[in-house]
Design a protein around this ligand. Structure first.
Ligand code: SAM
Length: 430
């Protein structure tokens, strides 16, 4: 019975569930600690454990699985590189997204957060352009993180370029260079019981890989909610390969890249109804403009429903004429204004509202694509632009932006074909 109590205590303290981590490994850890503490039976050890926080810490060290290595499963780091650069390129130093804020939890012995730092550094970002908070419950693992000296087991992903560039040999091991070490702040923390983030919607990117698998469904759900709250609208969440099935599709959109196991937090109603919590919130003045625009837009939509407006219909054939005074154009002028003010979330939501009324409007999809790209989601942007082009095959702006994005991805063939289509469409409309 005392064994059951001890397991319950572990479950409450760190979320570890014997069904997921395995009875035998927990039993082994308990027996090991009983031996070290000279407890002759489980009841005596349980008594000790309840009154001694330090011993609970020792038992936790014994049961956790610190397995990790540099660039584990590589693809997430490629997705990170592409998206981080996008956000960085689109915001610039004066913007509120600067510096990029990244969380690695659990970080174990540091290989994951240091891999993040190396990827960003290798992409041209400097110390100060980003911050990485790295958190783990294990004091032992954190000690190794701070020492930053690693054996060959940590380099099993075969990213030799990085090893040569960022490590110096120390006898049979390798020490990470100081510049990279300094990019990461390590701290001890328990995801179950501790406040992890300094504020809601603080992080741009969260890595939480290979921890949720040790939790039961209910704890997984709670922890995913907790992570979601820490993440900015449009931010990225990376999980382990066995954990992606638990992500709530209402809150996150999957990044459609094989083996990336990454998700983008949606800009959904939940955030619109609590704008003060959203990091894209405009300053008060802009908030006022937004409120006024919502009113104007509501009226516009009402109007467009009432009037079967032939003028509007005819302009819809000329997608690039945004200067006409029809209702659709009037609406998109407001969207332009919000984009110019960098109120991207508000612009996005207004487009979505417009689409509720005009579900086949290619301009609205084009704007959603444009905004997504400005927010650093180039994959999402391409998907939205595809919709715009599907609805309006000669949509010059959507074709042009799609071509740019295909080129950025290195897909020269698609980029060329899209540019040809754009040129033809422009000729036709001139
Ligand atoms: C398998 S490692 C994952 C490391 C890294 N994210 C990766 O994927 O390579 C799991 C880590 O979770 C940590 N851990 C377990 N329970 C935790 C909790 N409740 N809060 C924070 N970290 C925890 C362990 O100490 C261990 O270092």
């Amino acid at each position: 019975m005392a064994f059951v109590h001890i397991k319950n205590l572990l479950y409450k303290s760190i979320g570890l569930h014997s069904d997921t981590v395995g009875e035998s490994s927990i039993d082994r850890a308990i027996s090991q600690r009983m031996h070290v503490t000279n407890c002759s039976n489980a009841s005596a050890y349980y008594k000790l454990l309840k009154g001694d926080k330090q011993e609970l810490g020792e038992l936790i060290e014994e049961v956790v699985v610190p397995e990790t290595w540099f660039f584990r499963n590589i693809t997430p780091f490629e997705v990170l590189r592409d998206n981080a650069l996008n956000i960085y390129a689109n915001t610039g130093k004066s913007e509120k997204n600067y510096p990029l804020k990244i969380l690695s939890i659990p970080c174990s012995s540091g290989e994951e957060p240091y891999s993040i730092a190396m990827v960003l550094n290798n992409s041209g970002m400097k110390k100060g352009d980003f911050i990485i908070d790295a958190i783990d419950i294990s004091a032992r693992a954190l000690k190794k993180s701070r020492r930053a000296v690693y054996g060959k087991h940590s380099f099993r992903e075969k990213e030799m370029d990085f090893q040569d560039k960022y490590f110096e040999p120390v006898r049979s091991e390798f020490r990470l260079l100081k510049d990279i070490r300094d990019c990461v702040s390590f701290r001890q923390g328990n995801i179950i019981t501790d406040p992890i983030s300094p504020a809601d919607e603080y992080y741009d990117i969260i890595f939480c890989r290979n921890l949720l698998i040790y939790f039961n469904r209910e704890t997984q759900r709670k922890m995913l909610n907790k992570l979601s709250l820490m993440l900015k609208c449009g931010g990225l969440l990376f999980v382990g390969h066995a954990e992606s099935g638990q992500i709530d599709k209402n809150d996150f959109t999957k990044i459609r890249i094989a083996k990336a196991f990454s998700f983008r937090k949606k800009m959904n109603d939940k955030f619109l109804t609590s704008p003060a919590k959203c990091n894209d919130q405009p300053v008060n003045k802009l908030r006022d403009i937004y409120d006024q625009l919502v009113e104007v837009t509501k009226k516009d939509i009402e109007l467009s429903k009432k009037i079967n407006n032939p003028k509007y219909k005819s302009t819809k054939n000329n997608k690039n004429d945004v200067s006409g005074k029809n209702i659709g154009n009037y609406f998109f002028e407001k969207i332009d204004l919000l984009i110019n003010e960098n109120c991207l979330l508000d612009a996005f939501r207004l487009c979505e509202k417009f689409l509720e009324e005009q579900p086949e409007d290619s301009d609205a999809y084009y704007y959603l694509g444009l905004i997504s790209n400005l927010r650093g989601d180039s994959a999402g942007a391409e998907e939205l632009l595809r919709k715009a082009i599907y609805l309006s095959p000669g949509h010059c702006n959507a074709l042009a932006l799609s071509a740019d994005l295909a080129e950025k991805r290195g897909d020269e063939d698609s980029a060329k074909s899209l540019r040809r289509r754009e040129q033809k469409a422009r000729k036709r409309s001139s």
